[in-house]
Design a protein around this ligand. Structure first.
Ligand SMILES: NC(=O)c1ccc[n+]([C@@H]2O[C@H](COP(=O)([O-])OP(=O)(O)OC[C@H]3O[C@@H](n4cnc5c(N)ncnc54)[C@H](OP(=O)(O)O)[C@@H]3O)[C@@H](O)[C@H]2O)c1
Length: 367
């Protein structure tokens, strides 16, 4: 497909990252220059680009893969390409691998640490033998242990944004956040984040130490945070929101047409949204989104990201390929009119049942 966003060249002038978008693949184009906007995340002083890079799929999990097999060289090149285009906000977690993802990032950012903003997460308990126990641990001593491990794997002495990955329902959130606040004082982390938490948990946490960001799943297929009033609470408290799986784990890209397109060991096969009962219904929604994207000469992934950005929300699309990172960053230049937004809302109205985003066990870990 040839469109104005599928050729992205770049240049960097000091701190100003400018993307040149060409009109066609034939280089017979009119150059448009765009600055990748920076936005404030939360009220504590963290500034990030309008779109981040999710790194989870760049490494496997235990013996399997997340979203198909990753190639280390291409993954590292993707991180570098993102930086060249101004996309210096990377998202990882100790769980991914476990640790393999943080180690990959350490390799990619070697010698350039200060140019990146690194977000990592802890909470899924990982034992002394690097095995995930599947318990969630938010106890003070575990938080302290987890950060040291992540610092070591990332080969750095600070993590810019450190999230509690899931709420430990058996440890008061106050204890966890107090420990994270101590890490801020010690300079080991810059800012505090929480992932998949309710409004009540956010309020309790924020009363102990300012929370900078909450990260939860959010896309045209997943709007629970809106339905549960979490976005409203964050805006009231001045906390930023980071949308993970903004492409519905690739579903919204339109590249997955059949369940058989997913490799046998693909993580998504366990998600109800990708299973028979919902898959074929959801594909019809994807086709309608694609038709609108085509009218606008963009891809459906770009439209899905532009929809999130238009709400002042920071998406962190995950990819392990340079081609996609270029397209995703270019999505930050798309302006959607009120009419476009209304049409998207009409295709997937708030409350549309697209199936659960996780299996029963993982749903139980969401606050
Ligand atoms: N806090 C949490 O609990 C949590 C949970 C899940 C994810 N996350 C974070 O959020 C990040 C993003 O979420 P995600 O990776 O789960 O899902 P996602 O961003 O919705 O989708 C990733 C999938 O979309 C594909 N893709 C990306 N850009 C594309 C494009 N322009 N065109 C076509 N396909 C494209 C990727 O392909 P390739 O992989 O082949 O490039 C991958 O299969 C993760 O990397 C992780 O850092 C956090």
């Amino acid at each position: 497909m040839c469109n104005r966003f599928n050729r992205v060249l770049h240049t960097t002038f000091g701190d100003l990252h400018t993307v040149f978008l060409s009109e066609s693949a034939t280089f017979d184009y009119q150059i448009i220059t765009m600055e990748i906007k920076k936005i404030k995340l939360g009220n504590q002083g963290l500034t990030v680009p309008q779109i981040g890079l999710g790194c989870m799929g760049m490494t496997g999990f235990q013996e399997g893969n997340m979203y198909g097999k990753a190639d280390e060289q291409e993954a590292i090149a993707t991180i570098h390409r993102s930086l060249e285009l101004g996309g210096n906000f990377l998202d990882t977690a100790d769980l991914y691998g476990p640790f393999k993802n943080e180690q990959l990032i350490a390799k990619a950012i070697d010698g350039q640490r200060d140019q990146y903003i690194i977000a990592s997460k802890f909470g899924w308990e990982i034992d002394e033998n690097d095995n995930v126990t599947w318990a969630i641990n938010g106890k003070k001593e575990y938080v302290k242990k987890a950060v040291e491990r992540s610092l070591k794997h990332l080969n750095t002495d600070y993590i810019d944004l450190y999230y509690m990955h899931r709420l430990d329902k058996y440890t008061p959130i106050e204890e966890t956040v107090e420990a994270m606040g101590e890490l801020v004082k010690e300079g080991k982390i810059g800012y505090i984040g929480l992932s998949e938490v309710s409004s009540e948990t956010v309020r309790r946490a924020h009363a102990v130490h300012p929370v900078t960001a909450v990260q939860s799943e959010y896309s045209l297929f997943e709007r629970t945070v809106e339905e549960r009033g979490v976005l409203q609470t964050l805006s009231e408290l001045g906390i930023g929101f980071v949308a993970y799986s903004p492409l519905g784990r690739g579903f919204l890209s339109g590249e997955i047409r059949s369940i058989d397109d997913l490799p046998e060991d693909d993580f998504r096969r366990a998600i109800p949204r990708f299973q028979k009962e919902y898959f074929y219904k959801n594909i019809e929604l994807v086709k309608a989104i694609e038709a609108l994207a085509k009218e606008k000469s963009v891809t459906s992934s770009q439209l899905a990201l532009a929809w999130i950005i238009s709400k002042g929300i920071l998406p962190i699309p995950g990819t392990k390929r340079r081609k996609y990172v270029e397209q995703n960053i270019a999505a930050s230049t798309i302006e959607l009119s009120e009419a476009d937004l209304a049409r998207l809302d009409n295709i997937v109205p708030l409350g549309t049942d697209t199936g659960k985003p996780y299996d029963e066990f993982s749903m139980g870990l969401i606050d």
